[in-house]
Write a protein of this length. Sequence first.
Length: 168
Amino acid sequence: MTKEKTLDDLFHDTLKDIYYAERKILKALPKMKRAAQSADLKAAFDKHQQETEGQVERLQQVFEMLGKRAQGKTCDAIEGIIAEGEEIMDEFKDTAALDAGLISTAQAVEHYEITRYGTLRRWASELGMADAAKLLDATLQEESKTDSDLTKLADASANDRAKGRSAA
């Protein structure tokens, strides 16, 4: 007879998923930075890489709180988003639309992370893990701000360049 799965199990499983995703993102960001054309987008990828390193450390703290080893579990969603980003880098290399495509990929990553961290924070609270909820909320706030910053970058210049007109 198999053991009944609980919210604790689901929390741990989802934590492994986002841990894998964050580490995968850390590997993808330098490539995206190299591909980016604008200095502002390169700087945004740089900043997000530093933030992501801190986010991985926070996740490791949450694993410690659970008394579990920090380990990832293959996240098909992030694999797909990163693969799409690589396609954009290949198909739009050296074009005016590349940065807009990179921003769209980065925002797809952010939106995935926002859903995961929002859920994990809620579950941590429901499971009485206030300290873990605080750590997860700190990351959620960073991810939301990054998404907002990327929107501003797209609106300020990348989308206009992609249309073939310079930003006003």
